[in-house]
Design a protein. Structure first.
Length: 448
């Protein structure tokens, strides 16, 4: 059986896809493509075969795709020569003997002549190359990434209102996490051959709906104030964006308001088998930082307070590296992926951060207070009991979660799941068993 290869292994979507695949597929069946493999050492440490290749370098791709059966082509960056890159990947996959290529495009309406700058024509080109290649294909058309909502709405939405181009078109945005789960479904299951899916999220919203949702979350009115496309571009330019990028963003915003994304198919939910995160849930979890663009936001904590780095150098350095690289580096411990939890110290009230093994199911995370099997609970456990609202960082995504200790059958179910991921966890519990029962803490999305 050939390998499953994911391109863009150093990017957000590719990395999330490989991390999710690792929970379902033996690592020896997984490969990732990276321009710079040294940025994917965490995945390599978990057994993923990281291969070097560049979409612009056809020969590098043929070599990288050796022994690959199914391949996920994470689309190339907008405003670059995407046609050359996508054609190279598809023809190289064919030449290397791959059977099935999955391509991530952007949602569009077949009945519309509307074109998003740098996206629509390139998607149509790549889809046609793929369909004519003789390879089995699956096309996954994405709505707006949920994580980009803040970019459209702007840094000052709470002060100045939601100022976007006029129009009642809607979009059902989806998180990269849910889109990665769809990638996993198509990579690992049969039945998606020669099919095109439109992966709208669970709930469609116009920008007016988004302003209303922000009003509810914020507790005071957030106005919906439509402006012209030209004014929108000007507002982006005023934030220091280059004209090309400002016009690109305007093209996306007007595509949303003009109805390009209005079709809500349910394909994503059917593929992943659970209800995707909705925009209301996402905004409720992320609203303290919605008013920043994603890039400006990356290092901001959702909890306010003075951060006191851990006295333990390993914890301190891993957290620092993980946060600085959006979870690309410092991402593993004992061979498994980690998350970073930021919490309030039980007595000091100051912010503390710790890297813990990643155990996740349907958006809920579990953390085991095994402390390597020691006799005492780790300090972080006492912090969580005293102050249950925490920040969880999983890769680039930060969100507020509420911690509670799992008990009874719920605990048993999570322990069984965790033991499946990390067999050493049971040994640690056994080591601690004479002194204490190792608590298992669940982190669930915080309300509002
Ligand atoms: N639907 C939406 O709202 C939306 C929004 C943004 C982007 N997108 C599209 O979705 C894709 C995935 O999103 P993302 O957030 O995962 O983007 P991302 O974090 O920027 O990741 C893009 C990945 O593609 C790789 N890549 C770029 N050019 C390459 C080349 N010439 N050869 C090999 N690899 C190359 C990058 O490698 P490096 O790490 O080496 O740079 C990176 O790993 C984007 O590339 C873009 O096409 C969609």
């Amino acid at each position: 059986m050939g390998k499953l290869l994911v391109t863009g292994a150093t990017g957000h979507l590719g990395r999330l896809t490989l991390q999710a695949l690792l929970t379902q597929v033996p690592p020896h069946r997984l490969a990732g493509l990276a321009r710079d493999p040294s940025r994917a050492t965490d995945l390599a440490e978990q057994g993923v075969d990281i291969r070097k290749g560049d979409y612009f370098d056809h020969d590098s791709l043929v070599e990288a795709f050796d022994g690959v059966d199914r391949l996920l082509l994470v689309s190339a960056e907008a405003l670059t020569d995407r046609d050359t890159q996508h054609a190279n990947v598809i023809t190289a996959a064919k030449q290397a003997g791959a059977q099935h290529v999955i391509f991530t495009a952007v949602q569009r309406r077949e009945d519309s002549d509307a074109r998003q700058i740098g996206v629509t024509d390139g998607d149509i080109f790549a889809e046609n190359v793929l369909k004519n290649s003789g390879l089995t294909y699956t096309i996954l058309r994405h709505p707006t990434f949920m994580e980009h909502l803040g970019v459209y709405i702007g840094a000052d939405a709470y002060d100045k209102g939601v100022r976007v181009p006029e129009g009642d078109g809607t979009v059902a945005p989806a998180t990269r996490h849910d889109l990665a789960a769809a990638n996993v479904a198509v990579l690992t299951q049969d039945g998606h051959e020669n099919t095109t899916y439109t992966l709208s999220g669970s709930e469609a919203a116009s920008f007016r709906d988004i302003a209303n949702a922000l009003t509810e979350i914020h507790g005071s009115e957030v106005l919906y104030l439509p402006i012209t496309a030209e004014e929108y571009t000007e507002s982006q330019l005023a934030q220091g964006l280059p004209r090309e990028v400002a016009e690109f963003l305007t093209s996306w915003a007007t595509a949303i308001t003009g109805g390009t994304f209005s079709e809500n198919t349910g394909d994503l939910e059917r593929l992943i088998g659970y209800r995707p995160t909705s925009y209301r849930e996402f905004l409720a979890q992320n609203h303290p930082r919605l008013t920043q663009t994603e890039t400006l936001d990356a290092t901001k904590d959702l909890l306010e307070g003075e951060y006191v780095p851990s006295p333990d150098p390993m914890t301190r350095e891993q957290v620092e590296l993980y946060e600085r690289t959006d979870g690309r580096e410092g991402a593993t411990m004992m061979g498994g992926p980690v998350v970073v939890v930021t919490m309030r110290g039980a007595r000091s009230g100051k912010l503390r951060k710790v890297a813990l093994m990643r155990i996740e199911r349907d958006g809920v995370y579990a953390i085991g207070a095994s402390a390597g099997g020691q006799a005492r609970h780790p300090n972080w456990f006492h912090n969580l009991v005293a102050h249950p609202i925490v920040q969880l960082q999983d890769g680039p995504d930060r969100r507020l979660m509420t911690a509670r200790v799992a008990e009874g059958p719920e605990r048993e179910s999570w322990l069984a799941y965790a033991d499946g991921l990390y067999p050493f966890f049971a040994d640690m519990r056994a080591r601690a068993a004479n002194d204490r029962e190792v608590p298992l803490v669940l982190l669930e999305p915080a309300e509002g």
